[in-house]
Design a protein around this ligand. Structure first.
Ligand code: ADP
Ligand code: MG
Length: 700
């Protein structure tokens, strides 16, 4: 009693979460993992959905085709293993009025804590299973109910991770609200709130957690999304101002002999769109103002060679180049590719990753500092301390969406205002890109190299799985190679890896005993990954089973087949990126989608993927399919994590935020008026790390 009371009396919004009653060290760790460290962080952890419990239906009133919320008792529960890799948990659920079947897909572990006699509240879509003669509920959310029924009419449903429980979260957040809500002070200028009809901060927060009326959640959510965009835009704009004011970059001479020699040495002709982007890069590099350019191009459009042109401009000018990629595999791929492009040129190219031995690393760093190494290609290892260039003239960052503004800034600081080129395959619509990458100019590689055959994509129903394996067997015999992608299991990395391993063993033992199957996943050591990739690259491994770590950048033209398991678990854009690993050579490539896309959305995603190979088109479909009302969109790392805002669905708020930010800065370019004190603090607190700001003063 005593300790609990003294605990709560000290609580402030910035108090570490462990001081909240009911949060022990273990739970605090779970929270820390998802970025919740203080009470305020907890208050900013918003529901992904709501349940209106006044709408609980009697089983006898369920209607096929509708969403329903049902409260009942489990009468029987069992695992129904379908063909390999596919399991259903079925539970007979009854209330006073009747009985129905609840089904969960691929969550066999439920059997250990949902037992006969357990009371559950489930929501999901109702369907009449004519074959079995029952009403089925495909469960979307479920919750064990123990005794009490004194719940609020509208109950928030929070996103969960391993170790977080719905009921516990609700209680903690309610407690935090009652202790701290009154301490919350708004920092958005009140004029903006009035003009846009946004509720004040404390109101918005409580409306989202404990809505009395679901109609109140929408303006509250908008306000919080706006807030995130607004702070971020202000941060970006303030930074750009600061940079433009002071900087003197390197004026390169792009009309050098080396460039034309290099172009002549290429085994192919550049596409027009590659040529145009190269011209844009050269023009930028020729200027004294440092280049900051984003090159966007669909997977396989040939971004690497484009980047190499600008790298050679820098090298010809006597400068060094750093090329940073998000994973070791990708860095190594770039290294091999670039070395082979440059084999007839005496330009020293070096790879630097975390798995390079200390002794060799020392030599590399020395050669780098002396300027012998002209191009250093690597991972995050490049931004470590101790990596010093003699004269860094150009920084190239691949797969930009994996890196943040901060990492960009750190690498850039290793030279005196080097040029910057970032590359991405993420198709972001133009206006959005302008706003998001507000500090970058943009070029687009809009065509693929000629002669590429579009990948043929098929959805394979369960009973055709065997046939597709036979087809694949023939292709492997003809010398082709195969990627098998297993999904990320949201609840746990361990399960994710396990799934890939099991799949690999199965394929090796039962399906392709005559071929070599290897498994790749995120927990392997750098060297192990390297060895596996080398073997695959050389064609010694025929089938590479992997978790979605291969999503980015891998270039193995001989791999012409991809199997994607449990396709329903992937987002559309992610599927497109994955598929981009094949279709890179002149052979026909095939993508086989396995799984059970049961929801309408999943079906549409599969259809969109089958129908198109074009990244921009697919991004558009993605947007349409997801539609409004999706609280938590796909994560884009390399952009800040917005907790509420969705960069695609909330585009109008993003524009509004930019407009308002520009307006404020037009009147007060450095936000010097003291009324902006709390606003600046928020910018620094939320996005300072992302923007690479070392102190609040850097914003002035
Ligand atoms: P991405 O844009 O996905 O990074 P890459 O730069 O890895 O693409 O290029 C994909 C493949 O296409 C590589 O094997 C590369 O050598 C090849 N390539 C690049 N440009 C051309 C071109 N103009 N004509 C033919 N092949 C090309
Ligand atoms: Mg690439």
């Amino acid at each position: 009693m005593f300790s609990a009371d003294s605990k709560s009396s000290k609580i402030h919004i910035d108090t570490p979460i462990r001081y909240l009653k009911g949060v022990g060290p273990n739970l605090a760790k779970v929270f820390a993992k998802i970025g919740i460290n203080t009470i305020l962080d907890l208050l900013y952890f918003f529901p992904r959905d709501y349940q209106d419990r006044s709408q609980i239906k009697r089983i006898k009133d369920l209607v096929s085709g509708q969403q329903a919320l049902v409260l009942g008792e489990i009468k029987n529960i069992e695992l129904d293993v379908k063909r390999r890799g596919f399991a259903l948990v079925r539970a007979a659920i009854s209330d006073a009025s009747g009985i129905a079947e609840a089904i969960w897909f691929n969550q066999p572990y439920l059997l250990s804590f949902l037992k006969r006699g357990t009371k559950v509240l489930i929501s999901g879509k109702v369907n009449t299973n004519l074959y079995r003669g029952v009403l089925e509920i495909a469960v979307k959310d479920y919750e064990k109910i123990e005794g009490e029924k004194d719940w609020d009419k509208i109950v928030p449903v929070y996103p969960l991770t391993e170790g977080l429980y719905q009921k516990n979260l609700r209680k903690l957040i309610k407690e935090a609200l009652s202790l701290c809500l009154i301490q919350i002070v708004d920092f958005i200028p009140s004029g903006i709130l009035k003009e846009e009809g946004f509720p004040p901060l404390a109101k918005a927060i409580s409306n989202l957690h404990l809505p009395v009326d679901l109609r109140l959640t929408s303006p509250s959510r908008s306000r919080l999304a706006f807030e995130e965009f607004f702070l971020f835009q202000l941060g970006l704009l303030l930074m750009r101002k600061a940079r433009e004011a002071s900087l003197q970059g390197i004026p390169f001479d792009p009309k050098v002999e080396l460039i034309s020699q290099f172009e002549k040495s290429l085994p192919f002709a550049l596409t027009n769109s590659q040529k145009q982007v190269i011209e844009e890069l050269k023009a930028d590099m020729a200027m004294a103002k440092p280049m900051s350019r984003l090159v966007q191009g669909d997977v396989g459009s040939g971004k690497t060679v484009v980047a190499l042109f600008s790298a050679l401009v820098a090298v010809a000018g006597g400068y060094q180049v750093a090329i940073m990629a998000p994973t070791e595999i990708l860095a190594e791929q770039h290294y091999l590719k670039i070395s082979s492009y440059l084999k007839d040129f005496s330009i020293k190219v070096q790879l630097l990753t975390g798995s390079i031995k200390a002794k060799q690393k020392k030599e590399i760093l020395l050669a780098l500092a002396h300027g012998e190494i002209k191009m250093l290609i690597g991972t995050h290892a490049l931004i470590e301390e101790g990596v010093n260039f003699k004269n860094l003239g150009l920084v190239v960052i691949d797969e930009q969406h994996r890196f943040g503004v901060r990492q960009r800034a750190v690498l850039r600081k290793k030279g005196k205002m080097p040029d910057l080129l970032v590359m991405t395959a993420t198709p972001i619509p133009r206006t959005l890109a302008l706003t998001l990458y507000g500090d970058l100019d943009r070029s687009i590689i809009s065509e693929l190299p000629p002669g590429r055959l579009p990948v043929k994509t098929y959805f394979v129903p369960k009973n055709k799985r065997r046939d597709s394996y036979e087809f694949i067997r023939k292709e492997i015999k003809n010398g082709r190679q195969v990627f098998v992608v297993c999904p990320l299991i949201e609840e746990s990395e361990t399960l994710t890896i396990k799934a890939a391993q099991v799949e690999g063993e199965l394929l090796q033992a039962k399906i392709f005993p005559e071929f070599k199957v290897a498994v790749m996943h995120g927990r392997l050591k750098g060297e192990e990954k390297q060895a596996i990739m080398n073997s695959f690259q050389k064609g010694e491994t025929h089938v590479l089973v992997s978790t979605s770590v291969i999503e980015v950048g891998i270039d193995i033209p001989n791999a012409t087949i991809m199997i994607i398991e449990q396709v329903e678990r992937f987002g559309l854009s992610q599927l497109h990126q994955l598929r981009g690993r094949i279709g890179r050579g002149c052979e026909q490539s095939y993508c086989f989608l396995f799984g059970a896309p049961l929801t309408e959305e999943a079906k549409q995603r599969v259809k969109a993927l089958i129908d198109s190979n074009d990244g921009f088109k697919i991004a558009e479909s993605d947007l349409q399919i997801r539609g409004p009302g999706d609280f938590f969109g796909e994560k884009q790392s390399g952009l800040p994590t917005f907790k509420v805002a969705d960069i695609i669905l909330d585009e109008h708020l993003l524009r509004l935020a930019r407009e308002k930010a520009l307006q404020i800065l037009a009147k007060d370019p450095k936000l010097e008026n003291s009324v902006y004190g709390p606003l600046k603090q928020q910018i620094f607190k939320r996005y300072g790390g992302f923007l690479g700001l070392e102190s609040l003063e850097m914003l002035s």
